[in-house]
Design a protein around this ligand. Structure first.
Ligand code: OXD
Ligand code: MN
Length: 595
């Protein structure tokens, strides 16, 4: 018998109740349970999940309130090839999204959902992206048959009765249906119907595919809402930098994966800066909703409530703030289970893998001898944002924070300098559209291949990316004081392929220059690609980097840039008529300046 029985609906909203009835008629659960957000209900669900083996309770002394979960080995990451944008016209999804006719897709999905919840409970999770009741919040309801999803959503978003109260009788909410079904990878679908504010996910139980508030709503659906309503949903961290005078300057930054986004979001200032009184505040690590403020600036807020971070590589050195965030009330997914003290371990946590452990697949594992990995490379922690020691005092500010700068970045061995500033907003949009990273030895396939990932939104833009760039250009026109746009590259290498910039906390030195540019406090060198620092304007004291190396970090090789511009030209071809003229002109301008 289930510990949590059928309960009363949290709303009289007819649209909501009718939709739930329809979804229940299709999936045929044994019962429907509303998630009210109370600790007592979440506690009962945790107990139930532990009893069924869905979760394992970890050491209460060392990791209070923490649990471990394993997904099926074939279900450990987002599935971009099975992610669809089903708007009425294919052209509106654009060349970078999978598309299918909405009627065809609905019919296909109906078959997969038919009776998928028989004998199971359908949980109804009302959730808010943003502070409940604030003008910038947007609401969603996720229906799911997974307690793991309920518990993760309760960390990643604000959930429960308050959300239904704030929604009232409105039909302005995003409908999400998740059924675990048979976890059949051949029939796994993550589908978005932007015109219906609807998301349907089936045959997966992995976070990125099933926590529908995150990538599905807060990026893919929200990017369409932002296009229609005049705001932006971006795959960006939001950071506050406080100088010794107590002034805080905010920036938002987009990076492709494997570029240290979470580390930058929770940066620890170098000793020299700490002593002088510098502080860094994390407002968000993954998603920014950006709106036009009444003061003519762009304001960014983090719609999420927690961090869904990659565990491997997180340690006291690389990201002590992230590690500290996971020390209580956290759900770990697909990491290794240390049986000696009932805690967790992952590659890169420390140099002492456990001997008596269970690996991410659930097999006995001796980390001292095994050549297999204990944790999956994409294993995750789901941690409350409020656990983070450097969480910004503005985290709960419903209007967010005013942006002085937007930063793009990628992993480039030679082409991009450590930092440069775009010439103006339109050129900055061009820089974002041309964002790219070079593949590393860590991934399968050739090393050093350039992958374009505009604004780090390639898998997350819910409509035609050509039009998305036009939306970016239009947003710049709407504000009298747009943020300055920069590009950074922490990954320059020397002739032997060794990184020449120390990265991590030392990146604050670059952010300080960005900040000074925003205050018009330093000059810069004009180059064909934009404005570069005078080497003496980057503070090197205590960094271990000498002036010659810094000069190397700031070189721009026209031949490499001409090659890169040719790559952008080839990439742009895909977008046909939807490529904004302004970006064509920006590319031509760059090519001219490089001659
Ligand atoms: C994420 C991602 O999980 O970008 O944040 O894949
Ligand atoms: Mn992300």
């Amino acid at each position: 018998m289930a510990l949590v029985g059928m309960n009363m609906a949290l709303t009289g909203n007819r649209d909501v109740l009718d939709w739930i009835d329809m979804m229940a008629a299709m999936t045929r659960p044994a019962q429907v349970v509303w998630i009210d957000g109370s600790e007592s209900q979440l506690k009962a669900l945790r107990t139930q999940a532990v009893a069924s083996g869905e979760l394992e309770k970890l050491n209460e002394e060392k990791l209070p309130g923490c649990y471990l979960h394993r997904t099926a080995p074939n279900d450990v990451a987002r599935v971009e090839d099975r992610t669809f944008i089903c708007c009425p016209r294919e052209e509106d999804a654009g060349p970078t999204n999978n598309w299918m006719d909405p009627d065809v897709m609905y019919a296909k999905l109906r078959k997969l959902y038919d009776g998928a919840m028989q004998g199971l409970t359908m949980y109804v999770i009302p959730y808010s992206m943003g502070v409940v009741g604030s003008p910038f919040a947007k609401y969603g309801i996720e229906l799911t048959d997974s307690i793991y999803v309920v518990l993760n959503m309760s960390i990643m978003t604000r959930i429960g009765q308050d959300v239904m109260d704030a929604l009232g009788n409105s039909d302005d909410y995003v409908r999400g249906l998740h059924a675990t079904a048979k976890l059949d990878p051949e029939n796994r679908y993550i589908v978005h119907f932007p015109q219906d504010d609807t998301i349907m996910s089936v045959n997966s139980a992995y976070g990125g595919n099933v926590l529908l508030g995150k990538k599905c709503f807060a990026l893919r659906i929200a990017s369409c809402q932002g296009r229609d309503e005049g705001w932006m949903a971006e795959h960006m961290l939001i950071l506050g930098i406080e100088n010794p005078k107590g002034e805080v300057f905010y920036l938002a930054a987009a990076f492709p994966s494997a570029c240290g986004k979470t580390n930058l979001a929770m940066l620890i200032p170098p000793e020299h800066y700490k002593k002088a009184g510098w502080k860094v505040w994390c407002v968000g690590d993954d998603i920014a909703w950006i709106r036009v403020g009444q003061d003519g600036r762009l304001w960014a807020m983090n719609p999420e409530y927690g961090f869904f971070g990659v565990a491997p590589g997180t340690n006291v050195k690389s990201n002590p703030n992230a590690l500290e965030s996971t020390r209580k009330n956290t759900i770990f997914t697909n990491v290794a289970h240390n049986l000696d003290d009932n805690t967790v371990w992952w590659e890169g946590l420390d140099k002492n893998p456990p001997k008596h452990a269970v690996d991410w697949k659930g097999n006995p594992w001796d980390g001292t001898v095994s050549t297999e990995k204990g944790a999956h490379p994409n294993s995750r922690f789901t941690a409350p944002a409020k656990n983070c020691p450097c969480i910004s005092p503005e985290f709960e500010n419903p209007t967010g924070v005013p942006l002085s700068a937007i930063v793009f970045g990628g992993r480039r061995a030679k082409t991009a300098p450590l930092v440069y500033q775009s010439r103006d907003w339109a050129h900055g949009v061009f820089v974002g559209s041309a964002m790219a990273s070079e593949t590393t030895a860590a991934a399968a396939g050739a090393v050093g291949v350039v992958r374009r990932d505009p604004m780090a939104m390639l898998p997350f833009c819910g409509y035609n990316m050509g039009r998305y760039w036009q939306h970016w250009l239009d947003m710049g026109e709407k504000v009298s004081k747009p943020p300055l746009i920069f590009n950074v590259n922490w990954f320059r290498t020397d002739a032997d392929g060794k990184f020449i910039w120390p990265g991590f906390g030392e990146n604050l030195r670059v952010l300080e220059w960005i900040m000074k540019r925003c205050e018009h406090a330093v000059d810069a060198v004009e180059t064909p690609i934009g404005y570069l620092p005078h080497p003496e304007d980057i503070v090197l004291e205590g960094s271990g980097v000498d002036t010659d190396t810094l000069k190397e970090l700031l070189t721009v090789d026209p031949a490499l840039w001409r090659e890169d511009a040719a790559g952008v030209r080839a990439f742009y071809q895909k977008f046909g008529d939807t490529l904004p003229d302004t970006l064509k002109q920006e590319l031509a301008g760059l090519e001219d300046r490089l001659q």
